[in-house]
Design a protein around this ligand. Sequence first.
Ligand code: ATP
Length: 321
Amino acid sequence: MTAYFEIRNLAVSFRTFEGIHPVLKIEHLAIERGETYGLVGESGAGKTVLALTILGLLPKPAGIIHSGEIWFDGDDLLKKSEQELASAYRGKRLAMIFQDPMSTLNPVFTIGQQIERVIEQHQGLKGAARTRRAVELLDMVKLPDAKNVLRKYPHELSGGQRQRVIIAIALSCGAEFLIADEPTRNLDVTIQAGILKLIDELQKSLRISVLFIANNVSLVNVFCKNVGILYRGKLVEEGPSALVTRQPQHPYTQTLISAIPRDKSEKLRFANIKIKPEAPQGCPFYSRCPIGVEQCMQGEPMLEPVEDQQHRAACFLVKRD
Ligand SMILES: Nc1ncnc2c1ncn2[C@@H]1O[C@H](COP(=O)(O)OP(=O)(O)OP(=O)(O)O)[C@@H](O)[C@H]1O
């Protein structure tokens, strides 16, 4: 039995001028129907590559999937042809919101032209019915004065308003699984909060599942049921968000959490870690780990349960019962 969404033994690399560069190695990640899962990792951890792999959009031929299964509602997406993914999954059952709404919206068309084009393509609606549906969608993402917004060009909206339009377009086809790749990355903190609240409300009202990707653990702990911490393409800790954020076990998660500012005036703090040499056979975090020992250089720790069976960490130094 597979979960509603489940990744098994996924290994992805990029072919570069220097050779094959491994980017992702995820043994297991599962998301239940109607769940929001938060995936957190620093820049370059592999978060976007994972999202693109799920949707069958990994750049070819540079991107190579060596092995793995990505189960979605009983089907392995990695076994689907490009035609099947395009006609039945991408932009239909699976939707994605990217980091930068300006790169998704076309600057030369109005919001109305762009949103109505998608509605016509996917739902076959025309004329007044199409416009009514566009207004409904903008109301759904809480954009006031929807009729006026339809007449505007992307540059006439604020960053937060543009991201709301993108969410409306993404969900216009009745998707049941949403991948949100750092949707608040380029927004001010107060605007970020509004977008997060909107995604949370839509997840509950539409009963969709969400893979919420972030580079900051403080963005996911409030509304994600489970959280996974990605470091250099590997899950180093995973579990219920309250446990992972309040009792982080992996030294990397501890570093991420201690870096969160305690109040608004404080900037992100980073522990002053002395960089050690890499341990190619050992733990991927060894070179930055403040507590690493000889054993951590010898072999790679597996993601194993801590006290709570659902809370897992890949570190030899974590105390386990
Ligand atoms: N087309 C590509 N060719 C070669 N390497 C790539 C390509 N795209 C991504 N990578 C590499 O894959 C790794 C993961 O990149 P990815 O964009 O998934 O990181 P990320 O976690 O999403 O970071 P960010 O938060 O900055 O978006 C990086 O080392 C990156 O350099």
